[in-house]
Design a protein around this ligand. Structure first.
Ligand SMILES: [Fe+2]
Length: 380
């Protein structure tokens, strides 16, 4: 199913105009059949499968693919060393395609491997060059097992440099996957807390796409669809985390958020999140959403129409919308900086480190260090 079919299904009056996202999205209840078909269509015979150890076992991937071609030796938040291990794993193998099965970590790492296989460049800092040539572009199929990252429909991935305590992005138009397969069955075993963390990431992607200097009519419509779907399903989901229909809705909402921010990139909330993750290991979905409500307050008057649209669709007042967002992580994940071990006297330093070029400057309101410091204190 293509993305415009998703928006039709959501009864949103949407017209394709100047929108670019080349990923073919297939929604299914039978991910493996669709994967086999996709491999066939793309002419892939010897794929590398990049997945987590958990998915490798749960999905019995060794019964489906040769274990010599399954790479799962990496942790959360892939770092330079994980990337180097992945590149070494590919040596002396004739790989003609990439399959990523997992959350952000597996999919982001898969983009590094995809760049390496397509360019033959082995140095990570050269791989992340946006002007890198891809003379042997190989095809890829991505299957998200969480409903947050949306890496299945973007052309970038995040890599962390532990030594430098720095976040890097790999980004290249050739890194859009060819096919994204969405099957809620792949998300069913995700524990409730991680499920909520990934939903918060998707919510952050949507808001960031709206309060963004790069926003366009179409990205904003996608973002509004995603926010409305998340808010209207999340409380039911908390009571029924095994409900496949709800999982599919959240997965679809996450991908639609990806369709929004794939055209805008993220903004202040994500920029603020990076030092929180690298310094305090705060999971990405928490770090990227802790500042959502203070940013909504700051950015709100510049996105009045969009907020009105969201509130109207949901039948909520602006205050009720704020309350719904605040309620999502309540009693499930710690949602204050001090609960993640952040030291109060570290806030100045965190504020200084929050200004990632190409993210913070996308925010519709230009923030200075005092603004960010105030935001961090308000969520302490
Ligand atoms: Fe994110």
């Amino acid at each position: 199913m293509r993305f415009y079919e998703i928006s039709n299904r959501l009864n949103f009056d949407y017209k394709l105009s100047h929108y670019l996202n080349p990923v073919q999205i297939i929604k299914t209840d039978h991910w493996f059949e669709q994967l086999e078909q996709g491999l066939n269509n793309l002419g892939i015979r010897y794929p590398i499968i990049i997945t987590t150890n958990g998915n490798r076992n749960r999905l019995q991937l060794e019964q489906k693919f040769s274990s010599n071609f399954i790479f799962s030796n990496f942790g959360n938040n892939p770092n330079f060393s994980d990337c180097n291990n992945g590149i070494k794993f590919c040596e002396n193998k004739s790989i003609d395609g990439v399959i990523a099965i997992g959350g952000g970590s597996a999919m982001d790492l898969a983009k590094v491997i995809l760049a390496y296989l397509s360019s033959n460049e082995t140095k990570i800092k050269k791989l992340i060059n946006t002007k890198l040539e891809f003379p042997n572009k190989i095809p890829s199929i991505f299957l998200p097992t969480t409903h947050g990252t949306a890496s299945e429909v973007t052309m970038w991935g995040t890599i962390w440099n532990i030594k430098e305590k720095k976040k890097y992005s790999i980004s290249h138009p050739e890194l859009y996957p060819d096919i994204a397969i969405l099957d809620g069955n792949l998300t069913l075993t995700l524990p409730l807390d991680i499920s909520i963390i990934t939903v918060m990431d998707a919510l952050s992607h949507s808001f960031e796409a709206i309060w963004n200097k790069n926003a366009n009519k179409n990205s904003t419509k996608f973002a509004i669809i995603s926010i409305c779907s998340i808010i209207s399903n999340i409380e039911k989901f908390k009571n029924q985390p095994s409900n496949l229909k709800l999982r599919n809705k959240l997965l679809e909402a996450s991908t639609i958020a990806g369709l929004a921010f794939s055209n805008t990139k993220t903004a202040a909330a994500h920029s603020i999140s990076y030092p929180l993750t690298i310094r305090y290991n705060i999971p990405h979905g928490v770090a990227s959403s802790l500042s959502l409500l203070p940013l909504l307050k700051i950015n709100g008057s510049f996105i009045k129409n969009e907020l009105n649209n969201i509130c109207k669709n949901l039948g909520l007042s602006y205050e009720e919308l704020n309350a719904c967002i605040a309620n999502i992580p309540k009693h499930i994940i710690p949602f204050k900086l001090n609960l993640w071990g952040v030291k109060k006297n570290h806030i100045n330093k965190l504020a200084e480190e929050s200004f990632t070029k190409g993210r913070m400057d996308n925010n519709i309101v230009d923030l200075n260090i005092n603004d960010v410091r105030d935001i961090l204190y308000s969520i302490y």
